[in-house]
Design a protein around this ligand. Structure first.
Ligand code: FE2
Length: 316
């Protein structure tokens, strides 16, 4: 009996702990100074971005808390609020309750992911502008365009083109669930449908920043002067980056994360943050294009790479 008891607290117990889901493990302490709003007198407002929280409720709660501490005025959600959009109770357990304060205190704008399944609860809880899953919302000087990457992509591309033509706001931020390129999945390295339908419009109108999710990690790539950020680390199980070919990939990290973006008259400073709120990657978006911020806390992804992986990544 005694020896059986001592065995169960040894290697077997360690094994159980290692096998825990990410959201069952203890969370790191919050670094409040790292989340403070900038003191620059030109600063206008901060927006935050996250997505794919799904089953990771404690992590989702932490991200929501960090975003509130960070003083974000606008929150963008890139989709996948729940694991199964058809199950009504999941909308309360996995999204509405953990995000309650954000929904109450910020302009919360969310697009649909593939797990959300056109649920009436998406429309009820998120209340997208105009009651549609593609929309425009403005917080001067930024125009935010949300798109639905699950359905009617060509119609939305047409709508987006017209909107971008007639938009007077100097900054144009577009967000949708499935990025046109990604190094994790789906094969062959990103969504072919958003690549076909959305990408030409984004490039023709030279939008300033594109945000997506779907991939449960962090990725950043730039294409034709436009920065794309995948922030799908809002709670659910993480995915290993750098598994498929994203020829434009600049930076990837397997970690839960959220984004803050600080808007100034001539620039938007974008930081990717871990669960403590500490930035691990960043860019400054300017009209001339994006440039990287060198961060003390920056760490490169050093995980395994498939043999066929493009060699330019080795330089980073
Ligand atoms: Fe997804």
């Amino acid at each position: 009996m005694g020896s059986r008891g001592s065995n169960s607290t040894g290697p077997r117990r360690r094994k159980r702990r290692a096998g825990k889901k990410a959201w069952e493990r203890p969370l790191p302490a919050i670094d409040r100074p790292a989340l403070a709003l900038p003191e620059d007198p030109d600063f206008i407002f901060r927006f935050a971005v996250y997505g794919d929280n799904q089953r990771g409720v404690p992590i989702h709660r932490r991200i929501a808390k960090n975003i509130l501490i960070a003083g974000a005025e606008v929150v963008l959600h890139v989709g996948d609020y729940v694991q199964d959009g058809k199950k009504s109770e999941q909308w309360d357990e996995q999204f509405r309750r953990p995000a309650r304060r954000l929904l109450e205190r910020t302009l919360f704008l969310g697009v649909q992911g593939n797990h959300d399944k056109e649920s009436p609860r998406y429309y009820e809880i998120l209340r997208p502008p105009g009651g549609k899953s593609r929309f425009k919302a403005v917080r001067e000087p930024v125009a935010f365009f949300g798109l639905d990457s699950n359905r009617r992509l060509s119609q939305q591309a047409e709508w987006l083109g017209k909107e971008l033509e007639n938009t007077g706001e100097p900054w144009k931020v577009v967000f949708f669930h499935e990025a046109p390129y990604a190094s994790s999945w789906p094969w062959p390295g990103g969504s072919l449908k958003t690549r076909q339908h959305f990408l030409p419009v984004l490039e023709e109108h030279r939008v300033d920043l594109v945000l997506a999710g779907h991939i449960h990690n962090y990725e950043r790539f730039h294409k034709d002067g436009i920065p794309y950020i995948i922030t799908g680390g809002g709670g659910d199980t993480l995915a290993k980056p750098e598994q498929l070919r994203n020829p434009f990939l600049l930076w990837a990290a397997k970690k839960h994360n959220f984004i803050t973006a600080d808007v100034y008259p001539g620039r938007i400073e974008v930081l990717a943050r871990d669960l403590s709120g500490v930035p691990f990657d960043g860019i400054i978006v300017e009209k001339s294009g994006p440039r990287e911020i060198e961060l003390e806390t920056q760490r490169r992804y050093t995980g395994p790479r498939p043999k066929s992986f493009p060699t330019h990544l080795g330089k980073r």
